[in-house]
Design a protein around this ligand. Sequence first.
Ligand SMILES: *Cc1c(COP(=O)(O)O)cnc(C)c1O
Length: 389
Amino acid sequence: MSDKNFETEAIRNQMKRSQFQEHSTPLYLTSSFVFEDAEEMRAAFSEENERNIYSRFSNPNMTEFTDKVVQMEGAEAGYAFATGMAAVFSTFAALLSSGDHIVSARSVFGSTHTLFTKYFPKWHIETSYFDINNPEEIEPLITPSTKILYAESPTNPGVDIIDLELLGNIAKKYNLLLVIDNCFATPYIQQPIKFGADLVIHSATKLMDGQGRVLGGVVVGKSELVREIYLFSRNTGPALSPFNAWVLSKSLETLAVRVEKHCENALKVAEFLESHEKIEKVKYPFLVSHPQYEIAKKQMKLGGNIIAVEVKGGLEAGRDFLNALKMCSLSANLGDTRTIVTHPASTTHSKLSSEEQLAAGITPGLVRISVGLEHVADIIQDINEALMG
Ligand SMILES: *Cc1c(COP(=O)(O)O)cnc(C)c1O
């Protein structure tokens, strides 16, 4: 472990220079790596992950990116994937067997929910759900087959917060693996391993890239678990491409300053919306009105860049608001430099039934705002003009 601060590590934690003495990391666009002789090749295949063999297994750019995330999260090891969903799927697939059971928060990313409901049951892996606002529901769901306790905090799209320390204690008591999707917080804001998480997953597509350009995913945590996930991935092929790894590693150099500004803007937008006559409800972790404000303050350094709002007038008013925006983008992504507004019920979470949507806190009029890095006055102006119609 280094004694340097987060920002310094993000910039200075870099792979060894080549013979060209480049200052910033080169891109290793190579599918495979060569060996001096048969003995060196044999050794590389027997030691596993000791050196680069083939870019489906590892690549220098992928390793640099992963090492940074490992450092940022205070983890032992990590592995990087082509997308966040590849990271989520590979984690479960590598660690679970037929007959195993998952206990998960009900409000999780839409595709993760689809894994639980549509695909895992095909392999006799069942999932039970708890309401993130009622953590006392968790313990009664645990059975002798339960292997993984899973949650996101803050959640997508409702920005609910769960007490990570509480989850860590439950996981310890029942000997479960605690897996946290830390995508909305980033390791700059929150480090779940401190609270007892065994594995932390990220969609690097979001704030880690931060500019809406590349997709990526990463899992970090305990070495022996990461090793299983690595071996699964090495054989099934969801590895992160060298180019995307290179972009992501570069993006992490500015994660701290970007996230600071995202959160500063988001808090101002949230405060503005809270007093707006056309808004029914605003949820943002660092607003005192957030139901889990105290927990958010305990485990998060900043409130994140996502705001959930309910426009007065429900579905129709929400749609009118989206249609009236002139600058903010309508897009499914989040954590971009550009402010993005989404209507989860008809897009990202449309595969859930309306009962499932409501149970996950997705009301018909819910609008998710991913606050970007434009000048906050311009963001507020666009939102205000769209609300006033
Ligand atoms: C986007 C997202 C994912 C999936 O990531 P992709 O990179 O789009 O595959 C998983 N979890 C959360 C919370 C997300 O926001």
